[in-house]
Design a protein around this ligand. Sequence first.
Ligand code: GH3
Ligand code: MG
Ligand code: MG
Length: 426
Amino acid sequence: MILQPNIQLYNFLTPTVLFFLFATSLTLLATAKNNFYIYLSFSIVAGILFVFFHTLKRDTRIRLVSESELLQERINIISKSIEQKKKLLNTLPLKYQRVSSLFEVTQKLIELVEPEKIFDFLIKTLANLFPQVDNILLFNFDKEADSLYLVRSHKEKSVVIEEKTGDALDKWVLQQNRSLLVEDITKDFRFDYNRVSAYTMRSVSSFVLSPLSIEYRFLGMARLEAKLPSQFSLEDSRILRNVCDLGAVVMERAKLFKRAQDLAITDPLTNLYVKDYFFQKLKSYLNRSSAKKSPLSIVMLDIDDFKKINDFYGHMVGDTVLRKLAKIMSSVVGKTENIITRFGGEEFIILFDKLSREEVLDKAEEIRKTAENTLISFRRQKVKFTVSLGVAFYPDDGKTALELINKVDVLMYKAKKKGKNRVCSS
Ligand code: GH3
Ligand code: MG
Ligand code: MG
């Protein structure tokens, strides 16, 4: 800040005083009768000239100083804007790269229909888009359990992620259904950093999280972590959200696709597989078993006197018995590789993969016993039922699908003939 004199007053007074003194000296010179007055007049004129030039010099200096200050200010503003533009220019290649990779991501992602492949692709994409991250966590949302669970992570081998169902940050995103940017967890008033295990266990300071959601339907969450503070910007948060929105749509489509596939191979009453699917699987399992010499077996099962149950209690009770038996078989058989099928009416078939003869016979007996001991209550009526089972083993009882089915059918009818409620094998 420069010291500005009162310029207006000064500009008015200076010429007035100078003019007055000049006029006085001229009058003195004109009326001078001796040398003293002449000298006095010259001295006054010299004084006036001195004051005039001195003042002119000072004015010019003041004006130049203020002009140079103004120029300096302008230079500062221009160099600041140049700096900002330089920064922007430096980020342009990254922005361009991100936009073009987002385009590629979209094209590749929309081709995927399997959830596992979608997760793999999302993790890989996020690692490419955000080179500054230390960890990436991908959560799926289990609607029935109302909880998140970790499905994929990208991290160093030594890093252990304890919070498999998410922490306070994930829960915040789940509740708010919007992205979250945390520049420095120790300075963020929304969270107690001592309770965020990513900070306490993995020394993570900055985060950006985004929901994988379609409107209010929450499907999962992506979370990026960096040890250093301020590693993520608003733009990072926006890009993550874009990828997640796309991921959510593709995940939703994969779910619908799976549901349509399931409907085509599932019996609506019992939720078990249908006959066509069983034959498809039997053929592929037989090929594998013959190549690897691994055990394979089938169990055929028929409800005893089911017609009587229908006739006595009604069709609704008959349906309840069918559903109950399906549940018994599922809980005894368990593993997903074992294919439980509704073969027709009240007949079922189970394809056992890799189990030994003894294990399969034990399972068959367990199903029989559990069915025998089950009491179904229906409108104050108690219903009991039993089942007859035949068990056939590959390759002893048949080498082809047809041979095995024929054999198991014969064995099941043998169980019927022998008095029902029993297991028969060769
Ligand atoms: P067995 O002990 O010899 O097997 O005699 P069963 O009465 O069980 O066998 P049968 O073949 O005579 O009768 C089968 C009955 O199963 C006839 C049919 O109405 C009934 N059924 C088939 N599908 C369904 C279904 O989806 N729901 C109900 N409630 N009944 C069914
Ligand atoms: Mg029957
Ligand atoms: Mg039958």
